[in-house]
Design a protein. Structure first.
Length: 115
């Protein structure tokens, strides 16, 4: 059972890494194309959107760190581990408004992850 939990934990960490890479690519693409679609190449919209991308990345990194700190040995089943992860994410979601979108992404990811 511990091996299954560890595999699930590693799958979640890997998904978090992929999501961080995707958001980073989107951020770079947005930054690259911004001057083509906006008059002011260093405007407020650019800065606000880049800050949002960064906040999303930080949310996913926080999730990843939380998962890395969880000990598979302390759970008796994969379902218990999954429920604990969702419980912690929901706490983060309630307390950190600026990170809500990133956290919602992770919550939905975990709900749809098959063990």
């Amino acid at each position: 059972m511990k091996e299954k939990i560890n595999k699930y934990k590693n799958r979640l960490i890997n998904k978090a890494n992929v999501l961080i890479e995707e958001i980073q690519r989107e951020k770079e693409e947005f930054k690259k194309k911004y001057p083509e679609t906006h008059v002011n190449p260093e405007g407020y919209v650019l800065k606000e959107n880049l800050a949002t991308y960064c906040a999303e990345i930080e949310a996913i990194k926080s999730f990843k760190q939380m998962i890395e700190n969880m000990d598979p040995q302390s759970f008796s089943s994969v379902e218990e581990f999954k429920n604990r992860v969702l419980e912690e994410l929901n706490k983060m979601y309630s307390n950190y408004t600026r990170l809500r979108a990133g956290l919602r992404i992770m919550i939905e990811c975990i709900k749809s992850t098959f063990v």
